[in-house]
Every structure is written in structure tokens, then in C-alpha cells.
Design a protein around this ligand. Structure first.
Ligand code: GAP
Length: 510
């Protein structure tokens, strides 16, 4: 676990141009954030890598990009209008409003997700819990629906009311038939989407972790309802190991155990091969982009915390400085959503099974759903290194995620013109920066703090040997490379994972 607090990470993100509080000059509203010049590229790189890994590099998953505002009936059918609510505490005197389960968890150090209003009222009374602002009593708890409402058109009335989507998933279900036909999909297949979601969180907190406006990367993976045991990709993930915390382990107060996917399936800890496959796949995605595999575990939802649509849910959790928390939800949504939309829209969303000669309603055997902001936090926490020897922060972001790939530095001012020529050529191929003022050491430190993987120095010899020195951010080792070979060498370093020492002629440094 990183020993950096979430507050310190937020301060670092602001200082270095990654993330700001929205409308800070007007004192901001909690839960809204703006990404700065480095944050926007890091966020885009995360989304791009996710899309490549899950959509463009495999034939069974296609993508869509749906609208944020949809017909209000979508939310009646999905159950969000009736069920997408948190339990809220309101102070009798000062009217402060607090999310009840978080308040109970903070005060009593017990899990409270999914507790009923009665249970919460009993705990508040039994433990004599008071309003944290004015120490007065609470009113009886109430439900608060998290959807942001808006009106479409010039007249604000009940008829023109609709909602900003609280999850991207529903647009996948409402477009299910069209996408299936257009992309000529055959089961099993997935439909993926990256886009904004909005939740009017009662108490947004922990920086990007719980925001009111955020982005989700979601897949609905559909299978034949009678074929939940047939996952053709499982063999690639059977040996994958992860820390596992099942519902039974939680109930029996046992410790999580390090298990392979094969062990989880043999012991029936994970019910379907599909769920095991996707849990391993998602853990693997984070590891492939430099996250520390030991900071993750998978935890099964206990009965009371499951969403209204879920048969079985596992979370990929990450050990944040504020505890083990949900990074990504992976729910088995069954045919709940397609059935609901068929009922409410009166449209046929079935597929025809050619073998069995009958209509079937596909099951969503797994819905991996990940918040971009939470992934952003994970990569930042695992990259942030306070290097005492260097005397500066080194942001060890995976080169594929790094917002800026290289910094070009003239050794001294009088080499400015020649160094700038190298930069002008390189920026046509890679996002890079040019840094002139200050000592080379200071400029290396600036690059380290922005996570720039490579610094390219144009020195006195460069004019004659037509070569430059590349310095590796993580090891500080250096190699000498011909200027003409620079784009190819950088490409191999960034995207082909070649060993740094093999990228050029090693340079001895003191
Ligand atoms: N379609 C399923 C769904 O939305 P969820 O568990 O409510 O399930 C999925 O949300 C993911 O979206 C979470 O695991 C988290 O990564 C992200 N997420 C949810 N609420 C969030 C919030 N308020 N702020 C930031 N990310 C959030």
C-alpha cells in the first residue's frame, strides 16, 4: 500500500497540472474535477489502453458511444428510478445531510453497505451517535435517489423531466438489438462503452474516488442462458493468482487467501468460469500497465450489498491508503436488463438460436465496470515514488500511460538551436517537451515528477557524432543513440518493452 495520503496525492496532482477542483475560483462544488494538461493525457492514455485491450484487439467485443441523456422510461425499466438510492441521515437542528452507511462505518468500524433503514436507526440510537457538525440528534433516516434530474426543452414540467445517466450500461441494453445485427454478433459476445456517468453523491469524498461526475469503462458480456459453463478463454487465466475474499470467508471472519482461478473454480468459490476469467483478465490489465499486483484482491459481495439486478457480484479491490475499496465491480446481471426493457418497451430483444430453433434471452454473465478516475488513482499511487537519494519525486508511470514520452534538453543554452531541431522532429511522432532553463539536474527532476520516461540531452559532442544521450527515468542509466535512429529507438522503448541497455551504446555516468 502506498504511504501517500489521498490528500497529499490531490495536492501533488494540482501542483503538477494533473487534476484541479472544478471552478476553484468560485470555491468549487464538492465532487467535480477538471483534468489539467498532464492529467488529460494520462486519462486519455488509460482509456485508450483499456479500449485496445478489451475491444480493438479481440473479435468478440465491439464498442458503442451512447448519449448521456436518455428517455426517462429507461430508468423505470432498469430499476434505477425506484432503487438507485442511498440512505441519508439529516440533523434535526442544522439539517446537515450525511450518507448513513459511511457514517456508521467511520464511527463504529463495521461494514454497513446494504444495511436497512431500521438497522441504521437502531445503531444510531444504541450508540447515541450525533450530528458531527452541531452534535444534535438525527431525524429518522430517509432514502435519497442519486440520479441528477434535468428537463428537456423549454418547459420544465414532470413530462419533460429526465435524468443524466448514473451508469453507461443501460445504453448498451437499449441498443442491444441494433448493435447485434449491425456487427453480426454471435453469442458469446460483449458490448463495451466508455463515457460519463453522474451520481448526486450525498457525501463525495476521497478526491476522484467518489465524485459526482465521472467516467466509466463498462462491458456487458452476453452468453447463451444455458451455456454459462462454457468459457473458451478460461485456459489463459486458470493459473492466474490473486488474493480472494469470498462471501463465506467474510461471514466466517477468515482471512483472504491467495488462490489461482483453477482453485477458485474447483472449490466452487467462483460460480462460473466466465466470472473467474474476467476477474483475472481485469487484474492482469492493471498489472500489464505497471500497477503493483499485491495491492489488489477480489471480494465477493455479501447478500445484503448486492445491487437489485445482480445474481452474484465480485469487486476487484485496491488497497488505497484509506482502506481496501472497490476499484471495479464485476456483476452477473443475468437477463434482468433485457427482460425489463422488453417488458417496458414492448420490443423483442431476443436472439434466435439456430441450433435449438427457438428464441432466447441472452444472459449478462459478467459486467466489468470500472471508473476511469479510480483507475487514475491506482496508477498514480503505484507510480509515486519519493526518491530520497535523488531528492525528488519520481512518477514511475508505465511508458504507455505517461502523458509526455520524452523531454529534450540542450546541455547548455548555446546548444539551444540544434537541440530544438531534434525536438521539432521528435514531436511529430511523440508527445514530448522541450526544457531549457536551469541545471540539467533540475531539469531531470522536473521530468521525473511528471513521469516523463526518457530525457534526451543534446551535448557538445552531438554536433560532431550526430548522436544524443537518452536517460532512463527509473534507473537513471544512459545510452547514446544516433539522432537519425531516435524515433525508432523511442518507439521500441515505449511500446515494444525492449531493455533500456539494449537501446543504444551505454554511457558511463558518475
Ligand atoms: N453498471 C454497473 C455499475 O455502475 P457500480 O459498482 O455502481 O456499478 C461501477 O459502479 C464502477 O464505477 C465502480 O466500481 C467505480 O469504479 C465507478 N464509480 C461508481 N461510483 C463512482 C463515483 N461516485 N465516483 C467515481 N467512480 C465511481
Amino acid at each position: 500500500m502506498s504511504n501517500l495520503s489521498i490528500e497529499s496525492l490531490a495536492t501533488f496532482c494540482k501542483k503538477k497540472g494533473f487534476v484541479y477542483q472544478n471552478s476553484e475560483i468560485y470555491n468549487s462544488i464538492a465532487g467535480f474535477f477538471d483534468y489539467g494538461p498532464y492529467g488529460v493525457d494520462l486519462k486519455n492514455n488509460i482509456k485508450q489502453e483499456w479500449w485496445k485491450y478489451h475491444v480493438t484487439s479481440r473479435p468478440d467485443i465491439v464498442g458503442i458511444d451512447g448519449s448521456i441523456i436518455t428517455h426517462p422510461k429507461v430508468w423505470e425499466a432498469s430499476g434505477h428510478a425506484a432503487n438507485f438510492a442511498d440512505i441519508m441521515l439529516t440533523c434535526k437542528k442544522c439539517k446537515t445531510k450525511i450518507r448513513a452507511d459511511h457514517f456508521i462505518e467511520d464511527k463504529l468500524k463495521i461494514p454497513a453497505d446494504g444495511m436497512s433503514p431500521e438497522e441504521i436507526n437502531t445503531l444510531i440510537n444504541k450508540n447515541n451517535l450525533k450530528c458531527p457538525s452541531c452534535k444534535d440528534d438525527f431525524e429518522k433516516v430517509s432514502h435519497f435517489n442519486l440520479m441528477f434530474s434535468t428537463n428537456v426543452g423549454p418547459v420544465a414540467s414532470k413530462d419533460s423531466q429526465t435524468f443524466l445517466r448514473p451508469e453507461t450500461a443501460q445504453v448498451i441494453f437499449t441498443n442491444f438489438k441494433l448493435v447485434t445485427e449491425n456487427a453480426r454478433l454471435k453469442l458469446p459476445f460483449g458490448i463495451a462503452q466508455i463515457g460519463k456517468a453522474f451520481r448526486n453523491e450525498i457525501s463525495p469524498r476521497d478526491f476522484l474516488f467518489r465524485a459526482r461526475e465521472f467516467e466509466q469503462m463498462e462491458i456487458e458480456y452476453f452468453i447463451h442462458p444455458e451455456k454459462s459453463d462454457e468459457c473458451p478463454f478460461l485456459s489463459t487465466m486458470l493459473k492466474h493468482k490473486v488474493l480472494v475474499y469470498s462471501e463465506e470467508m467474510q461471514k466466517k471472519k477468515q482471512k483472504p487467501a491467495q488462490l489461482s482461478m483453477k482453485e477458485c473454480l474447483d472449490k466452487k468459490i467462483i460460480k462460473t468460469p466466465w466470472h473467474a476469467y474476467f476477474l483475472a483478465l481485469e487484474h492482469q490489465w492493471f498489472i500489464s500497465l505497471g500497477a503493483n499486483k499485491d495491492n489488489f484482491r477480489i471480494r465477493q459481495h455479501v447478500q445484503t450489498e448486492k445491487s437489485h439486478y445482480a445474481l452474484d457480484t465480485w469487486d476487484l479491490e485496491y488497497q488505497f491508503p484509506f482502506g481496501w475499496k472497490e476499484l471495479q465491480g464485476l456483476a452477473n446481471r443475468t437477463d434482468f436488463d433485457l427482460q425489463q426493457h422488453m417488458k417496458h418497451s414492448k420490443q423483442d430483444l431476443t436472439l434466435f438460436d439456430e441450433e435449438q430453433k427457438k428464441k432466447i434471452v441472452p444472459n449478462v454473465v459478467c459486467e466489468p465496470s470500472l471508473g476511469v478516475g479510480r483507475a487514475f488513482l491506482v496508477f498514480m499511487f503505484d507510480a509515486y515514488t519519493d526518491d530520497k537519494k535523488r531528492g525528488n519525486i519520481v512518477l514511475k508511470l508505465h511508458p504507455k500511460l505517461a502523458p509526455v514520452k520524452a523531454a529534450v534538453l540542450p546541455l547548455v543554452n548555446k546548444l539551444d538551436k540544434d537541440a530544438r531541431k531534434v525536438f521539432d522532429d521528435l514531436i511529430k511522432s511523440f508527445p514530448c517537451t522541450y526544457d531549457k532553463p536551469g541545471s540539467v539536474g533540475r531539469r531531470y527532476a522536473r521530468a521525473d515528477e511528471l513521469g516523463i520516461p526518457y530525457c534526451i540531452t543534446f551535448d557538445f559532442d552531438s554536433k560532431t557524432d550526430k548522436a544524443v544521450t537518452i536517460r532512463d527515468r527509473d534507473s537513471t542509466k544512459q545510452v547514446r543513440v544516433k539522432i537519425i535512429d531516435l524515433p525508432d529507438t523511442l518507439f521500441s522503448l515505449l511500446y515494444n518493452d525492449i531493455k533500456f541497455e539494449k537501446a543504444g551504446k551505454p554511457v558511463k555516468t558518475s
